[in-house]
Design a protein around this ligand. Structure first.
Ligand code: NAD
Length: 349
């Protein structure tokens, strides 16, 4: 199924709206999901609506939720999203942090108990476009943890993503480093499983601890595990993401979640810095440009695969998918169509 992004956006909007969301909330959530598809992160695209509808129905996702401001010193705030749409409340929290960093130079927000915040890069991008540097550490509390720690063959983490964003310059787009600390985001295993495709080597172990490329090991009992990226380094980053966004922010953690009724809960520690408080803008911008040019000047190991800067692959995919449409795998489309039928939403039009 290949669908034009404008039609997909209209469909996603109608899907969110049937959950009782205000038009503004539905628009933000739908836009976030379709933007994830456009950037090639189908794991965090409209396919997530299947889980969102499930969580709305079981009460672990609350439409039109307002966050509780637990504390706010002006530079440090803690918000509890009370299981509201992460796409809406995480965005508001980051917008707060940008305004606060503009006034004070730096701002820290701890976001507790948001329902799935989606593609973390969306928040880094908002901050970078406002001229800020942003660091986001995220934990996930949702069902049994599928990611093994380094040397383990039992899950102890979820996919705990991290995002670091650096503002762009007149000549370069922002640098947007945004990834799960697992070798692959869990949604990518779901997408491969739905599409009947193998996973890349080195991402999965079966339940006996043997390496495999078969995504079905994550969907049959006893389950396999996803490995952390970068061996002990990714495993360590997964641990600190869990602690920074869980224990330290005071959000639900992998050890306190009561699966599976909890839905998908994210905590996030965001640190937003106004870089103009650290060095002169002109020299900073020219050094960013020089660094990007320097990295990209490296001769590629494979002439068909040029050196890219974080954020660039997503922009390239976005341009391609705007022109050619977004491919949705058959299983995801069937699941979305079944929901659409149940709620009498037209999938297209
Ligand atoms: P990924 O493995 O595709 O890595 C993406 C990052 O690597 C981006 O910064 C990208 O620009 C960069 N990159 C990719 N190829 C590159 C290349 N050739 N050269 C230079 N840089 C390159 O991403 P992922 O780990 O699959 O994560 C996908 C998305 O899932 C992210 O947006 C993440 O925030 C999101 N996520 C969210 C949750 C959640 O609970 N909300 C959990 C896990 C992941």
């Amino acid at each position: 199924m290949i669908i034009d992004h404008v039609r997909l956006l209209a469909f996603a909007n109608r899907m969110v709206a049937v959950g009782g969301s205000s038009p503004a909330e539905a628009a933000i959530v739908a836009d976030h999901l379709v933007e994830a598809n456009l950037r090639g992160h189908d794991s965090h695209g409209v396919g997530m609506l299947v889980a969102y509808v499930r969580d709305l129905e079981n009460g672990t996702l609350k439409a039109n939720q307002t966050p509780e401001i637990v504390s706010d010193t002006g530079t440090i705030s803690v918000w509890d999203a009370r299981a509201g749409y992460g796409q809406v409340i995480a965005r508001q929290a980051v917008e707060w942090a940008i305004e606060s960093a503009r006034k004070h130079g730096v701002a820290v927000n701890g976001l507790r108990n948001a329902h799935h915040i989606g593609r973390v890069g969306a928040y880094g991008e908002i901050a970078a476009r406002a001229g800020m540097v942003a660091l986001h550490f995220v934990n996930v509390a949702s069902g049994p943890p599928p990611v093994a720690p380094f040397r383990g063959r039992e899950g102890r983490f979820l996919t705990n993503p991290v995002c670091i964003a650096i503002p762009g310059t007149a000549d370069n787009e922002p640098i947007l480093l945004d990834f799960a600390t697992s070798r692959v985001a869990l949604g990518k295993v779901r997408v491969a499983h739905n599409a009947g495709k193998p996973m890349l080597d080195g991402a999965l172990l079966d339940h006996a601890g043997q390496p495999t490329t078969d995504p079905s090991v994550m969907y049959t009992e006893p389950r396999g595990v996803v490995l952390p990226f970068g061996e002990h380094k990714g495993s360590g980053l997964a641990l600190v993401c869990e602690l920074l966004a869980g224990a330290i922010v005071g959000s639900a953690s992998v050890t306190t979640a009561t699966p599976p009724e909890r839905g998908i809960i994210n905590g996030m520690l965001s640190i937003v810095i106004d870089p103009a408080r650290l060095s002169a803008r002109d020299s900073m911008m020219s050094e960013i440009d020089a660094m990007i040019a320097w990295v990209k000047s490296a001769e590629p190991a494979d002439p068909d695969l040029p050196v890219l800067i974080a954020g660039e692959p997503e922009r390239m995919t976005r341009a391609r998918r705007i022109a050619d449409g977004i491919e949705i795998d058959d299983t995801t489309w069937a699941q979305l169509s079944a929901i659409a039928e149940r709620y009498q939403i037209r999938p297209e039009g």
